[in-house]
Design a protein around this ligand. Structure first.
Ligand SMILES: Cc1cc2nc3c(=O)[nH]c(=O)nc-3n(C[C@H](O)[C@H](O)[C@H](O)COP(=O)(O)OP(=O)(O)OC[C@H]3O[C@@H](n4cnc5c(N)ncnc54)[C@H](O)[C@@H]3O)c2cc1C
Length: 388
């Protein structure tokens, strides 16, 4: 039988699948969506009981030394339960990536130890109110003054912002050099001068705490400069290339949930004296969902394997995986609502939440349009260098 995963990966999938089935039920997902709150106790349980906080952290820093494939496996499984709660647990997976990309061994060991023990979360602070797709349009600055940098600016849309214990913050250290003048800093939350903005009242992933983080004359020691000065934008791009397959895995998890709910409902709901599963129109929607899900899985795990192998074409495939899986997840979730009919349009049933949650996959970590820009750049470059 076709089996894309090794024994360890299958065990890992079972561990997270079983935890999700027990702890992130439809009722729990609905409760935190309604409350519009970060489920602190549940996240603590995930951090302390699952034992996977250090999954993708190299062994030399005290982690488990796994890679993107394993990260995608756990992300897909959790997302079947609730995408919002997945992000409450998983925001550190993004926030710590600049450390993995740029920090010295000494820095990484120190900052990642509390992540591995499950005591710390780290949020990723790149976007700003006026700089989303155009990240180099950021205004935040870090001005060197003796042994410290003084950071000023406002970061927007910070996932996990209200829960995090530290932030990886991108700021200009040399505005004249454009994106080659951006540096990245590790900034503990208790540093004086940091204020939390109010939690955004979002369409979906409502459990996930998203907010602005405001930096006013925040003194960051030189020792907290991640890697080298003016290399921050490189670390940001490397981070996003690594994390985009994780977003694609979230899409696969949402699609699996949409298919699970829809197929079960179609087998149970009767109209015209027969189950709606007997109508070909419904069967075709289920078939389309299956096609999208399996296609998304293939491209997601391909990108993850390329990431683990250090493949130079990762950026193209990470963008394809994210663009495809995000858009397909929205379509699948919409089809699930259609299969549920009027009931699907209410909060009594789980599928309207899937639509609201899935939409973020087309927006954060680079919108679908930005992924397509990247993919098109490859297509044009490849055409120019081909002999045809
Ligand atoms: C819930 C949520 C969580 C987030 N979490 C984080 C986080 O943890 N850390 C972080 O740093 N950021 C985070 N973000 C920010 C996210 O990455 C940005 O929202 C995203 O990059 C889009 O930026 P924008 O919202 O400013 O939209 P804009 O950049 O203003 O885009 C608006 C529209 O214009 C299109 N567009 C823009 N430029 C182009 C172009 N060149 N070509 C074609 N179309 C274009 C876009 O695709 C979009 O449709 C989060 C956002 C949300 C909503």
């Amino acid at each position: 039988m076709y089996q894309p995963f090794n024994e360890f990966q299958i065990e890992l999938r079972e561990l997270v699948r079983n935890f999700t089935r027990k702890e992130i039920t439809t009722e729990v997902a609905h409760e935190w969506d309604e409350k519009n709150q970060h489920p602190k106790a549940l996240v603590t349980k995930m951090r302390k009981e699952l034992g996977i906080n250090g999954l993708c952290i190299p062994e030399e820093y005290g982690g488990m030394g796994c890679g993107s494939v394993e990260q995608c496996i756990i992300t897909e499984e959790m997302s079947r339960g609730c995408l919002g709660i997945t992000l409450c647990f998983g925001y550190t997976g993004l926030g710590m990536l600049p450390i993995l990309k740029g920090a010295s061994k000494e820095q990484a060991t120190k900052w990642l130890e509390p992540v591995i023990s499950g005591d710390h979360g780290i949020s990723f602070c790149l976007s700003e109110p006026g700089a989303g797709s155009d990240a180099p349009g950021m205004k935040t600055t870090a001005t060197k003054k003796g042994d410290v940098y003084i950071v000023n600016g406002t970061k927007a849309w910070v996932t996990g912002g209200g829960d995090a214990d530290a932030y990886t913050v991108f700021a200009y250290t040399d505005k004249n050099r454009g994106n080659r003048g951006v540096s990245c800093f590790y900034v503990p939350r208790e540093t004086p001068g940091i204020t939390l903005g109010k939690k955004e009242d979002k369409f979906g992933i409502r459990a996930s705490d998203t907010r602005q983080i405001i930096f006013e004359d925040v003194e960051v020691p030189k020792a907290n400069l991640i890697g080298r000065e003016n290399m921050g934008f490189v670390y940001a791009l490397l981070t996003l290339n690594t994390s985009r397959p994780y977003i694609a895995a979230m899409g696969a998890g949402v699609m699996q949930a949409a298919l699970d709910h829809s197929a079960k409902y179609a087998r149970e709901r009767e109209q015209f004296g027969q189950t709606i599963a007997s109508f070909q129109a419904i069967q075709h929607m289920l078939a389309d969902m299956s096609i999208s899900l399996e296609t998304a899985r293939e491209i997601t795990y391909r990108a993850a394997r390329m990431s683990d192998a250090g493949d130079p074409n990762l950026a193209k495939f990470a963008a394809i995986a994210k663009a495809y899986s995000g858009e397909a997840a929205v379509k699948c979730a919409m089809d699930a609502v259609q299969i549920f009919g009027g009931y699907g349009y209410t909060k009594e049933y789980p599928v309207e939440k899937l639509v609201r949650d899935a939409k973020i996959l087309c927006i954060f970590e680079g919108t679908t349009q930005i992924q397509k820009n990247e993919i098109a750049t490859y297509a044009i470059k490849e055409s120019a260098s081909s002999k045809n």
